[in-house]
Design a protein around this ligand. Structure first.
Ligand SMILES: NC(=O)c1ccc[n+]([C@@H]2O[C@H](COP(=O)([O-])OP(=O)(O)OC[C@H]3O[C@@H](n4cnc5c(N)ncnc54)[C@H](O)[C@@H]3O)[C@@H](O)[C@H]2O)c1
Length: 437
């Protein structure tokens, strides 16, 4: 079976590589010609563990190819996955311009039956609008079905998630299309991956529900951490999080405090759910509260630096970790970047280091008052304070004595509680964590 994946970004590339590995003939298509050219040369433009190997293996096997010619990719495929961006737009409404642009290209090239699958995260009703838009643009009647197949992968473990998803949600009114989708994912089904077959609308809403629920957990534990900070060192958010997590009804994931949720998905998807709900005359107050809590959570970190240094003007602060989470170079809506921007706007000079996100963050932070360093020790050199903003594993293994010895000051603000507080104190740091001191 030939399939096309529109959009060669974090989701599209992993999907294309994964589907090829399942034995399908896959064209990964993107309007970004430079990206396609680099992929053709074997260069994967994003950092995602295991992706380079997945792409290389399937390109060499002749199952995966790259193209900027969207129309021929459509013509040659039975199934077309749409994995383009759906950026957060005005008032929380997602900007669907990339979806409509792909839809038009599909309509202009369709000659025979196609299954058109939205993998991008899109609001309720988008599949119906997609069907309508394509139908009205076709010059002659061509049969096609629309499927909503939302993606749940996590950046940083996206390849692993593709092959071992918790579930595959397929929304479509067409038995024929559902059959084709099941056929595609059959290898995963044999691994007993559960399918949830439903309407397009339910599938669309499920994706927003999943991200919003996880966001709720994050904002909840962050508020509890803030409460622990206010009560004092007799409380420890880690102990509370662990005790909560041992309750099977609650679960242990997403109960780690920090500077708030960031990344491409949670901020825009929570806002989009609130906007959708309001359109239908409903307030999802829990999600609205999670968003509101998140807006200011990163400022708690900035406040800890201010308190620890007795002011921020003319201070040098070292920030370790710039991506929105470990194991990715994605800095979209990264709280680490927000922390940097806030510190800089208050007069700090920054010395930053991230294992893979330096180039990406340079494009959002620009050069002013930021020194990009080759490693954590260089970043700490001469700094008044050190902030760990992303919990990369390599930071846990740092030699804290060496780090401290190079600094001018002794403040460590551990925004992800990633460091060993006792060892940090032994090394001479004044340690400020989140909800633990
Ligand atoms: N990143 C994640 O962790 C994640 C997880 C689950 C779902 N999603 C959803 O998946 C979608 C894609 O996210 P992403 O992070 O992969 O985005 P991305 O920005 O990394 O990739 C989008 C790609 O689409 C390409 N594109 C834009 N218009 C196009 C067109 N008309 N034709 C072909 N290609 C086009 C862009 O050039 C880009 O390479 C979004 O809706 C997102 O919400 C993302």
């Amino acid at each position: 079976m030939h399939v096309a994946v529109m959009g060669a970004g974090y989701v599209g590339l992993v999907t294309a590589g994964g589907l090829a590995d399942l034995g399908l003939m896959v064209t990964s298509a993107d309007i970004n010609q430079e990206r396609i050219q680099r992929l053709g040369e074997g260069k994967v433009p994003i950092f995602e563990p295991g992706l380079e190997e997945l792409v290389r293996r399937n390109t060499q096997a002749g199952r995966l190819s790259f193209s900027a010619d969207i129309q021929s990719a459509v013509r040659n495929s039975l199934v077309i996955f749409i994995a383009v961006g759906t950026n957060g737009g005005l008032n929380g409404e997602p900007d669907l311009s990339q979806i409509w642009s792909v839809a038009d290209s599909i309509a202009d090239s369709m000659e025979d039956y196609k299954v058109i699958v939205t993998k991008s995260t899109v609001p309720v009703g988008t599949a119906a609008q997609l069907r309508e838009r394509i139908s009205s643009r076709l010059e002659r009647p061509v049969e096609f079905d629309v499927v909503s197949n939302p993606e749940f992968l996590r950046e940083g473990s996206a390849v692993e998630d593709f092959f071992h998803p918790n579930r595959i949600v397929i929304g479509s009114p067409s038995g024929r299309a559902v059959g084709i989708m099941k056929d595609i994912y059959q290898r995963l089904y044999l691994n007993e991956t559960p399918f949830v077959i439903t309407t397009c609308e339910t599938a669309e809403l499920t994706k927003y529900a999943a991200n919003s629920f996880l966001a709720l957990k994050i904002s909840f534990i962050n508020e509890l951490a803030n409460l622990c900070d206010a009560i004092g060192p007799c409380t420890d958010i880690h102990v509370i999080g662990r005790a909560l997590g041992l309750d099977g009804r609650i679960g242990s994931k997403f109960l780690h405090p920090g500077p708030g949720f960031g990344g491409y998905c949670f901020p825009k998807d929570t806002r989009a759910l609130c906007t959708t709900a309001r359109k239908f005359g409903v307030n999802v107050r829990t999600v609205e509260a999670a968003v509101e809590v998140n807006e200011s959570q990163y400022l708690r970190v900035v406040e800890k630096v201010r308190q620890g240094l007795g002011g921020l003007a003319d201070k040098t602060v070292s920030v370790l970790g710039l991506s929105f989470k470990p194991n990715t170079d994605d800095v979209r809506e990264s709280r680490a970047v927000r922390i940097c921007e806030a510190l800089r706007s208050e007069g700090c000079t920054l010395q930053v280091y991230d294992p893979v996100a330096m180039a990406a963050s340079a494009s959002v932070l620009n050069g002013h008052a930021v020194k990009y360093c080759a490693n954590a020790y260089e970043a700490a050199e001469g700094a008044d304070a050190l902030v760990t903003a992303t919990e990369w594993n390599e930071f846990r293994a740092l030699n804290l004595e060496k780090l401290k010895a190079g600094m001018r000051g002794d403040l460590l603000v551990d925004a992800k509680n990633a460091m060993d507080a006792a060892k940090a104190k032994e090394a001479g740091f004044r340690y400020y964590g989140m909800g633990r001191r």
